[in-house]
Design a protein around this ligand. Structure first.
Ligand code: ZN
Length: 424
């Protein structure tokens, strides 16, 4: 193909867009797209896609359609007004392989903000690092996708099969922004998600379940505390039992997770109980996240959790006097593994030509939207992206040179995977 640019040409033209990528990353951090406030971030992404000369299209989250889909997670909140944003870069030729390039715009909260050494929403640059909530997870990845396509378009190129750019919502709580894209027909020969993988390829990931345990005790005046049942203290037994379940789940990890230290993590993420210092706590609700291995059904993990909580409620003298209930809201997603194949080879080739080092394959102890395309969209999916530190923690930051090298690798990968031709 006479129009195909060399590696050097492509790397150079993507590098010309470095300042624009950094500006987009800063705008995305400042947009503060936490849960329920994703719209400002999507405005930024709509403008970025339009700036590429593409037509951004909203994919609204349809509550009824999501609740009927096996690719979606349950949710109790109103999703009216929430939308993923996609932009289709149409094929200008023939014979290529199609592609989805995906990132999520939503970020977790920056709490407790007082612990940060910089304003988490100011996009502060210090040397080669950009600080901010979501800078690493995963605004730099979104900026790299835009930077890769911008570079190819500056060379007057179009792909030989459709490329769909996606900026999705709710990656951090349900995966339903990606599921909405799937329901709207997003399918391709491959999907690459530019999550912060530090230049490695995540080709496997755990599944994740969110659940809460509600313990209802008996409130009483603190002066007569023994006449009540304290729901907060009764909850200790629930957490102890769940920790024991976590250890069981880590006892004999199947490959590729046998190479990972403690792959299954239980997180006690929130706890809300009681309502007055002088009242025995009448209610306590604890929200948790637990993982499972690829090939395991989330329904089976739910059953394990319910059995564990029920056994604790039966055996613990304190807890047995309380009402105990397990509830579900948010993530219910399965893990997956893509053991090998042309997608992994092509991304590894592209990354190696940029950095000189061939990326390793990593089994991730987190979940990502990659599963949605892989398991339900017949679209092999992997994650590959920049180097970030302290995601979901204080002083989150991303290494800016890794955002550029991600964009360069994605551009080479698009050239080789889709094929390119002169845009008409
Ligand atoms: Zn992420």
């Amino acid at each position: 193909m006479a129009d195909t640019p060399s590696d050097e040409q492509l790397l150079a033209t993507v590098a010309e867009g470095e300042a624009e990528m950094e500006a987009l990353l800063s705008d995305l951090v400042r947009a503060r797209p936490v849960f329920g406030a994703e719209a400002d971030g999507q405005d930024v992404m709509r403008r970025a896609f339009a700036g590429l000369g593409l037509d951004p299209v909203d994919v609204p989250l349809d509550a009824d359609a999501l609740r009927a889909s096996p690719a979606a997670s349950p949710f109790s909140w109103d999703v009216a007004g929430k939308a993923s944003v996609i932009a289709r870069w149409p094929s200008g030729g023939e014979g290529g392989r199609s592609l989805i390039l995906n990132g999520h715009v939503d970020v977790v909260s920056a709490a407790p903000e007082a612990l940060w050494s910089v304003d988490p929403w100011a996009a502060t640059r210090d040397g080669e690092w950009m600080y901010g909530r979501g800078a690493g997870d995963m605004k730099a990845g979104l900026a790299a996708i835009v930077g890769a396509v911008a570079g190819l378009r500056r060379l007057g190129l179009a792909p030989c099969a459709p490329v769909e750019l996606q900026s999705v919502v709710e990656e951090e709580c349900t995966g339903n922004g990606a599921a909405a894209c799937l329901l709207a027909g997003s399918r391709a020969d491959a999907a690459v998600l530019t999550e912060p993988t530090a230049g490695q390829i995540w080709n496997a990931q755990v599944g994740v379940l969110w659940f809460s345990v509600r313990v209802a005790g008996t409130p009483a005046h603190a002066a007569y505390a023994s006449s009540g049942d304290n729901a907060i203290e009764a909850t200790y037994a629930v957490v102890r039992a769940l920790r024991a379940l976590e250890e069981e789940l880590n006892a004999a990890p199947p490959p590729p997770f046998d190479a990972v230290e403690h792959p299954i993590n239980l997180n006690v993420g929130t706890i809300r109980g009681g309502d007055w210092p002088s009242t025995v706590a009448g209610e306590c609700v604890t929200e948790c996240r637990l993982a499972c291995y690829p090939g395991e059904r989330v329904a089976d993990l739910r059953a394990r959790v319910e059995e564990t909580v029920a056994a604790a409620a039966r055996d613990d003298a304190f807890l047995s006097r309380c009402e105990v209930e397990v509830r579900y809201d948010g993530f219910q997603c399965e893990g997956y593994e893509l053991a090998g194949g042309p997608l992994i080879d092509a991304v590894a080739d592209a990354a190696e030509r940029v950095s000189g080092t061939r990326p390793g394959l990593v089994a991730s102890t987190a979940t990502t939207d990659a599963r949605t395309f892989h398991l339900y969209g017949d679209t092999p999916a992997i994650c590959f992206g920049p180097r970030a530190e302290r995601i979901h923690s204080i002083d989150e930051r991303v290494h800016l040179p890794s955002m550029l090298s991600t964009a360069q690798a994605v551009a080479l990968f698009v050239r080789d995977w889709c094929g390119v031709t002169s845009a008409q």
